[in-house]
Write a protein that binds this ligand. Structure first.
Ligand code: GUN
Length: 303
């Protein structure tokens, strides 16, 4: 519970946690290879040249290889048609070397993101965005869970232990973070609220939360005095702001310097949630591989 959060300091070091998780995944990937001759394969598709997406995709490919998995990279130019991308997704669905498929978002505007996501084989949907996986998550079935909320949940459980009964507020209602995050917390028996841009008196809603997840993409929206004393604060925001002198820097959705004076536990930006997202992508790729081959994923779970 949040009140017990302070023993190991206020900061939640997502970077260190993610590094440990990647090590354990690498070990399980090696075991899977020894026991079954299998090497998980992850295909990442990038359309266009968005600089931030290029950085993410490179990082995903490198960490996939470091985990002992096979990385398949596919790049289409910014003018690619929806039909071209759908054709590629269908080929990846059929390719037995590919166990996970991730189409980097956002997509150029001539391509309907929903149509692409729905074309991905749900069993290979390591992003957990296919409606089948979203439905399974809300019904408590064996879903592929979106990587960022899964990473947030792992950090919370590592710091707080069982979350049962905690009052949680998810700030943001995207399909990729806010909604699945709320489902995951509900499955952990939290009392969950979802707040968003139209919520009245956001500050008061935040002050009630023992667990506060900020995922709205608004730099330092959550002020220090919005944080309930002792609360666990997970900051999903990655916002590039002007730092003066012609430079930029990354800040989260939370005013970290002020919030850390009140929080019982808080993730920094960078070095909090970000590194967990790719680690969870590797985790999903490993478990998708096991499921596709009829191997209980628990036998190769990194713990
Ligand atoms: N763009 C930013 N984050 C993500 C993510 O988690 N998955 C995909 N597919 N695209 C993203």
């Amino acid at each position: 519970m949040p009140e017990a959060a302070n023993e190991t300091g206020v900061l939640i070091d997502g970077k260190a946690f993610a590094a440990g998780l990647r090590d354990r995944i690498r070990h399980q990937v090696a075991r899977l290879h020894e026991a079954h001759g299998l090497t998980p394969g992850l295909a990442v598709v990038l359309v266009g040249e968005d600089p931030a997406s290029q950085v993410y995709v490179r990082s995903k490919a490198r960490q996939t290889r470091e985990a002992g998995m096979t990385s398949f990279e596919h790049r289409l130019d910014a003018g690619a048609t929806e039909e071209e991308l759908l054709g590629l997704v269908r080929r990846l669905n059929e390719d037995s070397r590919v166990n996970g498929i991730l189409v980097q978002l956002p997509l150029p505007e001539q391509i309907r993101g929903d149509a692409v996501i729905e074309a991905i084989d749900p069993a290979k949907d390591v992003d957990g965005l296919h409606p089948r996986n979203a439905g399974l998550l809300s019904n408590g079935g064996p879903a592929m869970v979106p990587c960022t909320p899964l990473g947030c949940l792992m950090l919370l459980k590592d710091r707080l232990g069982p979350l049962k009964g905690a009052r949680a507020l998810v700030l943001g209602r995207s399909n990729i973070v806010g909604k699945p995050m709320a489902q995951l917390l509900l499955a952990e028996h939290c009392t969950v609220s979802i707040a968003h841009s139209r919520t009245r008196d956001l500050a008061e809603e935040c002050r009630r939360a023992e667990i506060l997840i900020a995922a709205v993409g608004r730099p330092r929206l959550v002020q220090g005095d919005w944080v309930r004393p002792g609360a666990a604060v997970i900051d999903v925001g990655v916002n590039r702001i002007d730092a003066g002198n012609g430079k930029t820097r990354l800040v989260g959705d939370v005013d970290f310097e002020e919030a850390k004076k009140r929080a019982g536990a808080i993730t920094p930006v960078p070095g909090g949630v970000g590194p967990m997202t790719i680690a969870c992508l590797l985790l999903n790729t490993l478990s998708a591989t096991c499921r596709q081959k009829g191997i209980p994923a628990a036998e190769f779970a990194p713990g």
